[in-house]
Design a protein around this ligand. Structure first.
Ligand SMILES: C[S@@+](CC[C@H](N)C(=O)[O-])C[C@H]1O[C@@H](n2cnc3c(N)ncnc32)[C@H](O)[C@@H]1O
Length: 204
């Protein structure tokens, strides 16, 4: 049995690896290995520890008002919940029912009054849904056919070629590369790239 089983199933609610974390009690080994843990006597109440994708956050904050968005391959829903909490009307789709369930409970805890349509389904069935923004982060980019995506804007974020050169993963087919950007007729350099992360925006 894992230590702190509830936390084991809520890892997506934790901050990025290496963050400072104050913990009440006796933290399990995996938590101490992953974070800069300090044991504290008392917490400071209910606080959100997870973070939204920083490129998505910047993109959304630059807009004058929120719109409609589809999060393609939303995983456990952090970005979808953050978008909804910030006024976006969200459709969040993933083919894993477990991921969608975790997303729903994340929404119930952090943004209960927000609007998210959760969908268990394959990206291919949803890619032409009419929304302002189609967003795909760290998902199967090769599944998206630029000719079929009709949203006004498309934001694609993922691992960069530099990340692949260093770690040999993930599958090269899902990297965000200059070539992928070119197939979307987008500027690869349009957003700040880091060692790890690459992104581009395509506008129809
Ligand atoms: C690495 S996770 C990224 C999750 C989330 N976008 C994020 O940035 O945290 C990739 C997600 O894509 C989903 N996925 C992969 N292929 C898919 C498909 N064909 N249709 C729908 N979802 C898919 C996986 O189930 C997984 O949740």
């Amino acid at each position: 049995m894992a230590d702190w089983p509830d936390l084991e199933t809520s890892r997506h609610e934790l901050p990025p690896r290496g963050s400072a974390l104050g913990v009440v009690g006796d933290p399990p080994g995996w938590l101490q290995e992953t974070y800069n843990v300090t044991v504290v006597e008392q917490g400071d109440g209910k606080r959100r520890l997870w973070t939204v994708n920083p490129i998505l956050e910047r993109f959304a904050k630059e807009r004058s008002q929120p719109g409609t968005v589809i999060d393609l391959g939303c995983g456990q829903g952090r970005d979808a919940v953050w978008l909804a909490a910030n006024g976006w009307q969200v459709i969040a789709v993933d083919h894993l029912p477990d991921a969608i369930e975790r997303g729903q409970s994340l929404q119930a805890r952090y943004a209960p009054d927000s609007s998210i349509q959760w969908v268990v389904g394959d990206l291919a069935e949803w890619q032409s849904h009419p929304v302002d923004l189609a967003y795909l982060a760290y998902g199967p980019t090769h599944r998206l056919d630029p000719r079929a995506v009709t949203s006004t804007e498309v934001l694609i974020v993922g691992f960069s070629p530099a990340h692949y050169d260093r770690y040999g993963k993930p599958n090269p087919i899902d990297l965000v590369t200059p070539n992928l950007a070119a197939t979307w007729n987008a500027e690869y350099e349009e957003l700040n790239q880091t060692d790890r992360q690459a992104a581009f925006i395509h506008r129809q």
